[in-house]
Design a protein around this ligand. Structure first.
Ligand code: NAD
Length: 493
């Protein structure tokens, strides 16, 4: 494999500076960061240890006093400037996401645009977080104020290198916390650039810190006694580990996990709109989205819609309007799922296995894949595939369709395609998922609506973005005051 030193070696960002990892037991431990589009190595990443996390926590603790004592209105000024920097550097940030993640230019750009929207919500927090005060008895006042927690942590996955870090960072910092972030070791470059731009926007040193690495860093974050809260986004397997470990050291934790999203398609659905929505949902970001369509439940006679979906999916060309999957292992895993379904009797209507893109032969591509006549016992019906693959399960009626959806361990999103308000309403009510789409294949709530699933797609209370995140990143201080000595003495005194 060719090594292209396109990027400098990955470093940690602690106390406003890029620093190498601590020389210790992990002195020689590093891993390659790959470009999924052509399989080349773009840089190496050191695997940090507990000592590196500890340094970052110390820097964040030092910065907390002065950062948290600024007013909300002062803190948002930095994020007005930072949002502008995202816009000014859009092309570069987009290409960085593409380089490390392999998605298309349009998909990568949409990520950065969403990050800007997340910053817009954060700068609106002074309008939303207004303290409560009331004179509860003559001369006596009760007041509730939202206070930051202290040093908080954010652990992120590979599939949205720019956007997911912005789910947590702007709100947590604007609300007065300081942060240690651990990005996915597979995509460290976007967050390094984010750290630089935050500094350029005027963020004081130590308020935002980055520690690169893998499992050891996550464990150190969960265990560190001076971290108050942990937010995690990634697979369900790791979300469970992180939720249990962070809670066992008495931290507050919200951990978002994987997904297996069901789209219920009824015969009266608009065929063109449904086919293009379902295909866009299953193939966007090469299916590596926690909001991607993974199972289509075709209710009754929907063959005409399936035929259109196959037609639509044939227009999705790897290397043109379909990006790469993240790694050679991911490609193999996805292709194994398709093979297993075929062996177990499912019908492959469109097969994305064994794809190579001319000129990018080393790239990790899987073409759009549609598997029909899947049964609920098959792994493609139950497990997260995380590739551009949809499994079609046939159902006789709405009750059967809902039973299939409700049977999933996950519950991130579900969608219904129909022209009947009654049917749509019933699915909205009965689907066991946190985010519901009606004639929308990727029902991501936009700010200020919050993002978060149900069941094994999320552990912890509240959602990760929007108003819900205000609760997570703050604690209430309740103060009762009496200024008037003549105030009547009563049971409160
Ligand atoms: P992952 O769980 O493998 O990794 C996420 C983070 O956990 C990374 O920073 C990684 O270093 C760390 N990690 C990995 N293994 C660990 C271990 N054993 N112990 C401690 N830490 C560990 O997830 P991924 O492959 O990077 O991302 C894809 C997954 O994330 C998919 O399942 C996808 O559905 C999910 N995801 C969910 C949401 C959501 O909102 N629910 C959003 C984006 C991605």
């Amino acid at each position: 494999m060719k090594t292209i030193a396109k990027q400098p070696e990955v470093k940690n960002f602690i106390d406003g500076k890029f620093v190498p990892i601590t020389i210790g037991s992990n002195e020689h431990a590093s891993m390659d960061v790959m470009n999924p589009i052509d399989g080349s190595i773009i840089t190496t990443l050191p695997l940090s240890t507990y000592d590196d996390v500890d340094k970052a926590v110390k820097a964040a603790e030092k910065a907390f006093e002065s950062w948290s004592s600024k007013t909300l209105k002062e803190r948002v000024q930095i994020f007005f400037r930072y949002r502008t920097l995202l816009e000014e550097n859009m092309d570069e940030l987009t290409k960085l996401v593409q380089l490390e993640n392999g998605k298309t230019y349009g998909e990568a750009k949409a990520e950065v645009e969403k990050s800007m929207e997340l910053c817009e919500f954060a700068v609106s927090l002074p309008q939303i977080v207004v303290n409560e005060v009331q004179e509860v008895s003559k001369g006596v006042e009760c007041r509730i104020e939202r206070k930051p927690l202290g040093v908080v942590a954010s652990i992120t996955p590979f599939n949205f290198p720019n956007m997911v870090p912005h789910w947590t960072m702007p709100n947590a910092l604007v609300l007065g916390n300081t942060m240690v972030m651990k990005p996915s070791e597979i995509v460290p470059l976007s967050t390094m650039r984010m750290a630089e731009l935050l500094k350029e926007a005027g963020l004081p040193d130590g308020v935002f810190n980055l520690v690169n690495g893998g499992k050891e860093v996550v464990e150190a974050i969960c265990d560190h006694p001076n971290i108050k809260a942990v937010s995690f986004v990634g697979s369900t397997k790791v979300a469970k580990i992180v939720y249990k470990r962070a809670s066992s050291t008495l931290k507050r934790c919200v951990a978002l996990g994987g997904a297996k999203n069901h789209l219920l398609v009824f015969p009266d659905a608009n065929p063109d709109m449904t086919a293009s929505n379902v295909v866009a949902s299953m193939t966007g970001c090469a299916g590596q989205r926690c909001m991607a369509a993974s199972v289509m439940v075709g209710v009754d006679k929907v063959q005409h819609i399936i035929d259109k979906m196959v037609e639509e999916a044939k227009k999705i060309i790897p290397g043109e309007n379909l990006g790469a999957v993240i790694s050679a292992e991911a490609k193999k895993r996805i292709e194994n799922y398709i093979a297993e379904a075929e062996t177990n009797g499912a019908k492959i209507l469109l097969d994305g296995r064994n794809i190579t893109v001319p000129g990018k032969e080393g790239g990790f591509y899987v073409g759009p894949t549609i598997i029909d006549h899947v049964t609920i016992d098959m792994s493609v019906a139950r497990e997260e595939i995380f590739g551009p693959v949809i499994s079609i399960i046939r159902a006789k009626n709405i009750d059967e369709a809902i039973e299939i959806e409700n049977g999933s361990n996950y519950g991130n999103a579900a969608a219904v395609f129909t022209q009947s308000g009654g049917l749509a309403k019933e699915v909205m009510e009965r689907a066991s998922a946190g985010m519901i789409g009606v004639n929308i294949g990727v029902p991501v709530p936009r700010e200020p609506f919050s993002f978060g699933g149900w069941n094994e797609s999320k552990f912890g209370v509240g959602d990760i973005t929007g108003r819900s995140s205000i609760e997570f990143w703050t604690q209430n201080k309740k103060t009762t005051t009496k200024w008037n000595p003549e105030a009547q003495t009563n049971w409160m005194s």
